[in-house]
Ligand binder design. Sequence first.
Ligand code: PLP
Length: 399
Amino acid sequence: MIPRRRIDLGLADVTDLIGALGESCEAAVDQVRRFEAEAANRLGGTPVRATASGRDTLDLILGALGIGAGDEIVIPAYTLGELVTRLQARGLRLVAADVDLRSFCVTPETVARAISPRTRAVIALHVFGAPCDMVGLLDVAGRHGLPVIEDCAHAFGASIGARPVGASGTAALFSLEVAKPVATFGGGLLATSNPALLAKAAEALDRRVHAPGAVLRKVLLKSIEELAVRSPAYAIAARMMFRERQAGGVEQLYRGLHDRVRPDQVAFSGFQARRGRRRLQGLDARNRRLNGLWRQIAAALPPQLQPQQREMHGQPAAYNFVARYQGDLASLRCRAQAAGLDLAIHGEVLDDVAPLLGQTDCPGAASVYAQAVGIPLHLGVGDRQVLRIAEILREAVGP
Ligand SMILES: Cc1ncc(COP(=O)(O)O)c(C=O)c1O
């Protein structure tokens, strides 16, 4: 089975984890400051703070901007569904902006249509590492005097011209979850050149408790998942679980487990910071390798599968490989699964949040969601697997 995900967990991580359990609070804070400085360096000098998760970062940004109950914000119609629940719990009113069928990103035109006199901020997502049109979006938002929050959850290492993504909006959020370009077993980053915003977020972050054991549960969970995914039993289990025609089983289980090990009030740990520093060092090489792999897969796909266009507005980071398929996704997945290829479909890839908001004016997001097929893109995929993926997909879609 070619699994959809692979978690990189090396000996250095295990040694670090054991070392970090007895680490003093001062030593941990020193590591975190170093990681933040190195991440800031990667973002062209934009100041950075480490947080508990991408979602936590978004909360911190909105809180620091004074955006709360009753305020309206524009979000991409194609994004992580859990963000909606979380933002609505803050009392925010959400308006979805539709996405482009090629890039899967919001556009200046769709965002302009979603802005109203009540709008207080715009969230722009670089979907699956593909930069969105930040120049156009900043122009539209600027005309209304609105801050732009860059959602860089998938996009560490992407750039727009010479500028790294995350460095041109009012503030940016990064996710450091397990499969993300810089993965530290959970965690997030807040990047902003706005000193007042940074100071307010820092006030909240500096009150958090140091609990180095908290990340241990996550590492254990991920290690079990990694072993499970590599075992032959996974192929059998996956085939059984994906027999249903609707999407979701495994992914819902995965999302649920991870949300339970997501403590917002715990400070970023020394272990995560050390791991983050190593991941930053290898980021360009990994992005080069995975972007190369992405192009190889794209070139080998049957024409019925249309890959996301990732280079419309900048240089992408490699996160997920997602293509649109206009046939029957559930049976495509079943056939691929039977042949040993673990595909993700629909909400296992990302969500169409417009229906959750009662909107029917986002046909782009509806189509992308309905047609989205996630193809494995990770360092466990080599040249042989690329050929195998293409072969399985050609057979699964038919003539
Ligand atoms: C588009 C998007 N934004 C934000 C997040 C939140 O990141 P985290 O899982 O670290 O809270 C995710 C997570 O995958 C995401 O996909």
